[in-house]
Design a protein. Structure first.
Length: 549
């Protein structure tokens, strides 16, 4: 319990009248921290803090590197800057020894600021000094040298590398050979790293290892291995690690999955102004890692070797690296279905892309682009590209968007003068020698066909499950999606004879005990970010029940 005597230890409150000091003390929470405990993380919702005993280290991420800014001792206060600016916490605080802190919630802080002139004046002076110090830090800090990528814009390998770097938040510069002559002694894509090393045509894994991104597991055995770092996989990692399970997350490209490419998600609970899929993934990954979850990027799972006796399963990574695990969560999502159009295959990465491909936005400036699909992903991409392209044409096979797209997105599309929604339309042919140059569009209602110049086509025409690597005993439906819960029972009885346990499968459990599925890869899932997050967290709850039994 915080007393008036505790409060008087802070110089700010030395001259506060007794009645006000008593009122403030009654509102303060008494927080005790151990050495190494975090009081608050950068980006979280702030409170006002008074340091009574011990010490706190102030740190901030600058150009991707954690920088130590200061160390606070007893009598110091902080948190007023984000509270007065209405922003998240602008730095992180961690105890360096056993520490005691008084905490004033934001509502009580605002009431004090309005009622106490001396208190308010002191806080404004302090805030000004602290903001100036942060500005000086930003100005004097030398940003890391970017990775330089040299190659052809319409080279699928260059496209994959640029997309990989952007989604993993690696700063890069793009040297397009359209503006400089290629050399005979160089192979492209050619990357020059910050330390001067050069990589010719690297694989994503080779690039990740050269950049120091995590690619190798720290241990040989885990409580749970999660395949895929989309919304469901990230949610499972957060809940698994926070509840004491040793957790490994394996991702073939970058955290966020397909949702990570969404430019704006506006119907996700708790974010009234919306957030990007990349922002959501970044926040979730930071949360999972804070609890101790491990992430591997640029790694694929080649196969899953199942235990015969109910013991540990084995996850086999690319390169034959093996990891044992008590449980598995399949959260590896789906892949966009490819266009079945003459000429499309040779133009993939040369004007035809699957998904949002935000790295191509600048190349679309002033151009005409086509998006195919009627779902939310297509709508969000249309809104994004409308800020770059002169014309955006959204091709929809059906009579309207109402059956497949959220109402808020339909209304937003209608406000953009350079977006045209073309119903009953599909692309039947594409043309171009070295890059996409034109498309042929058919009106399915009338049969009429028209040719149109095009710089890019982004396809969102449904998705297929990524489950071909699973053993046959993990039962899937006729389209390859993984069956779970009650959907498993009849299929198991028909194919295997019986379910091996006395209990029924848990809601998200596959036909193999201890192997769970969540998100888009699961049969019957709802293709929404919120449902994926919910399934990922639910899977951990069922894993606890499985391990307890």
């Amino acid at each position: 319990m915080i007393t008036v005597d505790d409060l008087r230890r802070v110089p700010l409150f030395h001259d506060l009248p007794d009645d006000e000091a008593t009122a403030v003390a009654s509102r303060l929470a008494d927080i005790h921290l151990r050495a190494g405990d975090w009081l608050i993380h950068e980006g979280e919702q702030p409170s006002f803090f008074l340091l009574l005993e011990g010490s706190l280290e102030l740190s901030k991420m600058v150009h991707g590197i954690e920088r130590r800014l200061d160390e606070y001792g007893p009598g110091v206060y902080f948190g007023e800057v984000p509270l007065l600016l209405g922003s998240p916490a602008i730095a992180s605080l961690r105890a360096t020894e056993p520490t005691r802190v008084a905490q004033l919630e934001s509502g009580d802080f605002r009431a004090m600021f309005a009622e106490c002139n001396v208190f308010a004046s002191e806080l404004i002076n302090t805030m000004t000094k602290r903001v100036q110090r942060l500005q000086q830090l930003a100005q004097t800090s030398t940003p890391p040298k970017p990775v330089v990528i040299k190659g052809h814009r319409f080279d699928i390998a260059c496209h994959h590398i640029r997309d990989f770097l952007r989604r993993n938040h690696v700063v890069y510069e793009w040297d397009d050979l359209a503006h400089s002559a290629p050399r005979e002694d160089e192979r492209y894509p050619l990357l020059t790293l910050a330390d001067g090393r050069r990589l010719e045509t690297p694989t994503l894994r080779e690039l990740a290892e050269a950049l120091g991104l995590p690619t190798r597991p720290a241990k040989s055995s885990y409580d749970v291995v999660i395949v895929g770092a989309g919304p469901s996989g990230l949610a499972a990692a957060v809940y698994g690690a926070s509840e004491g399970l040793s957790t490994l997350l394996v991702e073939r490209e970058a955290p966020g999955g397909q949702a990570g490419t969404s430019s704006r998600i506006e119907n996700y609970l708790g974010f009234p102004t919306g957030l990007s899929g990349d922002d959501l993934a970044t926040r979730a990954l930071s949360q999972a890692q804070r609890f101790g979850a491990e992430l591997l990027v640029a790694r694929c799972v080649d196969t899953l070797e199942l235990s015969d006796d109910g013991g540990e399963h084995t996850v086999v990574l690319d390169g034959a690296e093996r990891v044992r695990t008590r449980t598995v969560i399949l959260a590896n999502g789906v892949s966009w279905r490819e266009l079945d159009v003459p000429g499309a295959e040779k133009l993939v990465g040369r004007g035809i892309y699957y998904g949002a491909a935000q790295t191509e936005a600048r190349g679309c400036q002033g151009q005409r682009v086509f998006l195919i699909g009627g779902g939310n992903s297509a709508g969000q991409a249309a809104m994004f590209f409308s800020g770059y392209a002169a014309e955006v044409k959204l091709l929809v096979r059906g009579p309207s968007l109402a059956d497949s797209m959220s109402r808020y997105l339909i209304e937003q599309l209608a406000t953009k003068s350079n977006i045209e929604v073309c119903t009953h339309c599909r692309i039947v042919q594409v043309g171009g020698e070295h890059r996409l140059e034109e498309v042929t569009i058919e009106n399915r209602a009338t049969g009429a066909r028209t040719k149109s110049p095009a710089s890019a086509v982004f396809a969102f025409i449904g998705a297929d499950a990524r489950a071909e690597w699973l053993p046959p005993s993990v039962i899937r439906d006729e389209k390859g999606f993984v069956c779970t819960g009650r959907d498993v029972m009849d299929l198991v009885a028909r194919r295997e004879g019986s379910w091996p346990l006395a209990r029924d499968p848990f809601l998200l459990e596959t036909s193999v005990p201890g192997v769970f599925a969540a998100g888009d890869v699961r049969h019957g899932s709802v293709k929404r970010v919120a449902s994926g997050v919910g399934e990922g967290s639910m899977a951990i709850a069922f894993i606890h029940q499985y391990l307890a039994n």
